[in-house]
Design a binder for this molecule. Structure first.
Ligand code: AHR
Length: 547
């Protein structure tokens, strides 16, 4: 249990697992003097926190699959059937609900048939991302050896206790290839030739894949469709698809950040064939990357990006401001969806999210799109997961982009080197929210005030989320301030606290990060808590000079 009076140091993510008793109708806050207050309303459930929110994304992109996940059975790197063992061990700790594969943009140039059958007979193909690879990149990053295909991916998911989410190719394969992929994965043993092919590879039992993405970013790399054109394709790809007794959840390619027209245009076209068509859609994908740190100076994709490691306090807040947009995107798209899907049967699937910096900070030189996650990205990630938790009726799934050796990665790996990033630790700290009842929680705190290019700017002082698990409460809190602690009273309306633990992730240096050589610079500190105690988590040091 978090003590009733807590100090949350500057730039910190904290989680508390609390046990409580319902006997006391109202637990008062601790001694006065706190500058902030968190009020958990046990009587105001918001909905179940979908485990799917704690999902991941692994694209066949540079070092994500080859080197990150797949090292091969003959590798000296410890592996389980070719899959990096250390990654499996770490992922088992975070309850990874679902993993999306094989893209991303890669998905719409991928033929799943290249990645099944005897490994030594599989073709090599030019990777979608080949053009962006540097001259010294391994050949497997440019020319896909197809050693990691459907079987290996589903096996990986089984090893880590996750659901597979396959993204199908709508741009360059026909609808027939889509339903045959489902046939390969889900048809019963001995029923079809593709089930025999699967069995011949050692997988007699069906994979029972439930989640299927129908294209990716279909407004761009996934076919350059208009919303209306894509809706027609979506209907065609998802009509009369074989089920084999497995519920199939189709995820439509959705908008990029605030492209409201895509959401409206897609759904309007879908229902032109009648409102029943809405039932074929489980989720509408939303992609949102926080990339423009130019403070309003440019909208150019390359010019606007900031640096992952070299940043000052204003850059820190700029990233958080960008990340905070997520909540308005969820609310905005949800509202438009409700105009057409009046019962809200379609949920949001935020299947790509995270910060995106300019190249240059990668742990492994040459890894395209790889960047070094710092404490800033941990705070960003905690804030984003809290946002999803606060909208359980809207967000069914979310997939952090991307799992390893890429953008907002939980892990970095190269050959036999491996580390958990601060983002990975946030996922471990937040995992306990899964499946709980989200509770309305009020955070009151002085805002962060700072100077943004000679103009006064502010950002919220504390935010988070809470979820109820029988007699346990999970509370996560983000303090975005680069240097100031917050002393916080925690009030539970409807119960009294009994015991608990608290974990805090923070560091005196806002740039702090973990590397292959220094793997434990940023790690959570966990301790049991005494309810009666007012706990001082840390003493602050001055903000170090940037860069
Ligand atoms: O995550 C990297 C890329 O970002 C994905 O391939 C694409 O969907 C998005 O634009």
């Amino acid at each position: 249990m978090i003590g009733r009076r807590e100090f949350l140091r500057g730039s910190a993510v904290a989680t508390g697992c609390l046990l409580f008793s319902r006997r006391a109708p109202f637990a008062l806050a601790g001694p006065t003097g706190a500058d902030s207050r968190i009020e958990v309303l046990l009587g105001e459930p918001l909905g179940t926190v979908s485990p799917g929110i704690y999902g991941h994304f692994a694209e066949n992109l540079s070092g994500v699959i080859y080197d990150g996940i797949w090292v091969g059975q003959a590798s000296k790197v410890p592996n389980v059937n070719g899959i990096r063992k250390e990654l499996i061990d770490e992922m088992r700790k975070i309850k990874p609900s679902v993993v999306r594969f094989p893209g991303g943009c890669f998905a719409d140039s991928y033929d799943w048939r290249d990645g099944v059958g005897p490994a030594d007979k599989r073709p090599r193909r030019t990777n979608f991302w080949a053009e962006g690879e540097s001259g010294n990149a391994p050949a497997s990053h440019r020319y896909d050896p197809n050693q990691f295909g459907t079987d290996e991916f589903v096996h990986f998911c089984k090893l880590i206790g996750s659901q597979p989410y396959l993204a199908a190719n709508v741009r360059s394969l026909p609808a027939e290839a889509f339903y045959q992929w489902i046939e390969y994965c889900n048809s019963p043993p001995g029923s079809t030739t593709l089930a025999d092919t699967r069995a011949a590879s050692g997988y007699r039992e069906p994979f029972d894949v439930r989640y299927w993405g129908v294209g990716n970013e279909s407004w761009g790399c996934g076919g350059n469709f208009t919303a209306q054109e894509y809706a027609v394709e979506f209907r065609r790809y998802t009509t009369w698809v074989p089920r084999y007794g497995q519920e199939l959840s189709f995820i439509a390619s959705g908008p990029n950040d605030d492209n409201w027209d895509w959401t409206r245009g897609f759904l309007e076209e879908i229902v032109r064939k009648g409102p029943r068509e809405l039932r074929s859609i489980y989720g509408l994908a939303l992609h949102y990357y926080a990339w423009n740190l130019s403070r309003g100076r440019t909208k150019d994709w390359d010019q606007g990006k900031g640096d992952a490691l070299k940043f000052d306090a204003v850059d820190w807040y700029e990233l958080l401001r960008q990340g905070d947009v997520m909540e308005s995107l969820i609310n905005g798209h949800w509202q438009i969806m409700g105009e057409i899907d009046k019962d809200h049967s379609i949920k949001l699937v935020v299947d790509e999210w995270g910060p995106w910096y300019r190249p240059g900070s990668q742990a492994t030189p040459g890894d395209q799109l790889e960047q070094m996650p710092t404490l800033r990205d941990a705070v960003f990630s905690g804030m984003t997961l809290d946002t999803f938790n606060r909208h359980p009726e809207k967000v069914a799934m979310a997939n952090c982009a991307q799992l390893i050796n890429c953008l907002n990665s939980l892990y970095l790996a190269h050959e036999d080197k491996f580390c958990v990033t601060p983002v990975g630790h946030v996922f471990a700290m937040y995992a306990a929210h899964q499946g709980g009842q989200a509770l309305r929680t009020i955070f009151s705190s002085p805002p962060v005030n700072y100077d943004r290019d000679s103009k006064p700017a502010s950002f919220w002082g504390l935010k988070g989320s809470a979820s109820l698990h029988d007699k346990g409460l999970v509370l996560t809190v983000v303090n975005p301030h680069v240097s100031e602690p917050r002393e916080t009273s925690i009030v539970m309306r409807g119960a009294a606290m009994r015991s608990g633990t608290a974990a805090t992730l923070t560091h005196s240096d806002i740039h702090a990060h973990n590397t292959f050589d220094q793997r434990e610079v940023v790690t959570p500190q966990t301790k049991p808590l005494d309810v009666a105690e007012a706990i001082l988590l840390t003493v602050l040091r001055p903000l170090p000079s940037p860069g």
